[in-house]
Design a protein around this ligand. Structure first.
Ligand SMILES: *Cc1c(COP(=O)(O)O)cnc(C)c1O
Length: 414
């Protein structure tokens, strides 16, 4: 959905040059068609089997994106009351919400009980007891799944792996059976499912299938204990292709996951975040300076780790393209540096580009964990976001102003 037309990079039918002129930079640009196509890949693979694709809100929590997915019939995986309120404001169905996270506060549990969400993915015994007491005191019943830690290695970056032995997430699969029995006896609790989520940006099917088999073995043992489930939630983590990673065949993988739940007749839940939005977004940034030092050549741009922290945080690689191709200009190898006062503030290193001051660059595949991880560090107002639909463009978030930046603060009196 991002391609060159007459030497200018476009999002669908919109020129990125025109978008930068109209909305300024740094600017997040999303393609609606790319999101629709990613969505369809998931739902088509689930086919006629009962399922719910619960979009992981943290990947990109902008209201218009949530609204678009809600209209397509998405459920939502949330990790905070803030995400819960976003989903509701965007028109999401409370009955399609699953609530994950290791640190759910009492007020967050209370609000989710009040709304009547589909399922609490419980991550510890202490959380289970807190939820039971709260639900019971409100005369409500909380539908729960236990999030199992299947202890598989995923081959992903350590910061985004969650299913290994020493992760803080989930309940050790060896202890889960006993905790399910405990849950069955608690007031205010109704067991409806089981969940796992082993990490993010996983590009091989094997870890998903290993985790799924571990979960299904537990489903069998629970059945022997007379605990009957309604759904299995295999989480998210489906990798995308940023550089040269193997292309994960999501359709084939989901068919295999589906086959595992078909025989016991369980509903299939998935929680993709990245795979639904990453490839649909680009971060548009303008070249402020070209700079040469003893160390090499730098392109200094107007976006950095405040807009896209993935490169410094995870060593993530994003393709960086010149928006306007300059066939006559000799290219050079550059490091692409942001303006933020941190040595780690690079969007990419060692990239061959033909650019001059004032040109635009597009950081590709930035639709997931881009804006949603952005910050005001260095007192930088947050970027604007636009959604492109063929030749139409909608400003879905205006650029933050300097007044916005300081709006919550007070000077000392006197
Ligand atoms: C982050 C997260 C997801 C989404 O992960 P992706 O890699 O973006 O698909 C799904 N479920 C849970 C519990 C998560 O924490």
């Amino acid at each position: 959905m991002f391609d060159y037309r007459a030497r200018v990079l476009h999002a669908e039918s919109m020129s990125l040059e025109l978008l930068a002129q109209r909305f300024g930079t740094p600017l997040y640009v999303y393609s609606k068609a790319a999101m629709l196509s990613a969505w369809q890949r998931f739902t088509q693979a689930c086919g006629g089997h009962p399922h719910c694709v619960c979009y992981a809100v943290k990947a990109n929590s902008s209201l218009a994106i949530l609204q678009l997915l809600a209209k397509l019939g998405a459920g939502f995986d949330i990790v905070s009351v803030g995400e819960l309120e976003r989903v509701l404001r965007a028109g999401g169905n409370p009955g399609g919400i699953v609530f994950s996270g290791v640190g759910k506060r009492e007020d967050e549990l209370r609000r989710a009980l009040e709304i009547g969400i589909h399922c609490f993915n419980v991550e510890s015994e202490a959380e289970l007891l807190r939820l039971s007491a709260l639900a019971d005191s409100q005369g409500k019943t909380a539908a729960i799944a236990l999030r199992i830690n299947p202890q598989v290695e995923t081959g992903t970056h350590p910061h985004i792996a969650t299913g290994h032995r020493d992760a803080k997430f989930g309940i050790n699969s060896g202890l889960a059976e006993a905790l399910y029995r405990r849950a069955a006896s608690l007031p205010g609790i109704r067991i409806i499912g089981i969940a796992c989520h082993i990490g993010s940006q996983i590009t091989q099917p094997a870890p998903f299938l290993d985790a799924a088999r571990c979960v299904m073995a537990l489903v069998d043992r629970l059945l022997e204990n007379g605990i009957l489930l309604e759904h299995v939630d295999f989480g998210g983590g489906f990798g995308v292709r940023y550089q040269a990673e193997p292309r994960l065949d999501v359709s084939a993988l989901i068919s295999q996951l589906r086959a595992l739940v078909e025989k016991p007749g369980l509903k299939l839940l998935l929680e993709p975040g990245r795979a639904l939005v990453a490839e649909a977004g680009a971060l548009l940034t303008r070249v402020e300076y070209l700079k040469t030092t003893d160390q090499g050549r730098f392109v200094v741009v107007d976006a950095g780790m405040s807009e896209l922290i993935r490169p410094p945080l995870y060593g993530a690689w994003h393709e960086i393209r010149a928006v306007t191709l300059r066939p006559g200009m000799p290219s050079e190898i550059y490091d692409i540096a942001g303006p933020v006062c941190e040595s780690a503030d690079f969007l990419g290193r060692g990239r061959r580009l033909a650019v001059q001051t004032g040109d635009l660059l597009a950081v590709m595949d930035a639709g997931a964990y881009g804006f949603s991880m952005s910050s005001n560090y260095n007192s930088r107002p947050r970027a604007a976001e636009v959604l492109v639909d063929d030749e139409q463009v909608t400003l879905i978030r205006r650029r933050e102003t300097l007044d916005d930046l300081m709006a919550q603060e007070e000077l000392l009196s006197g």
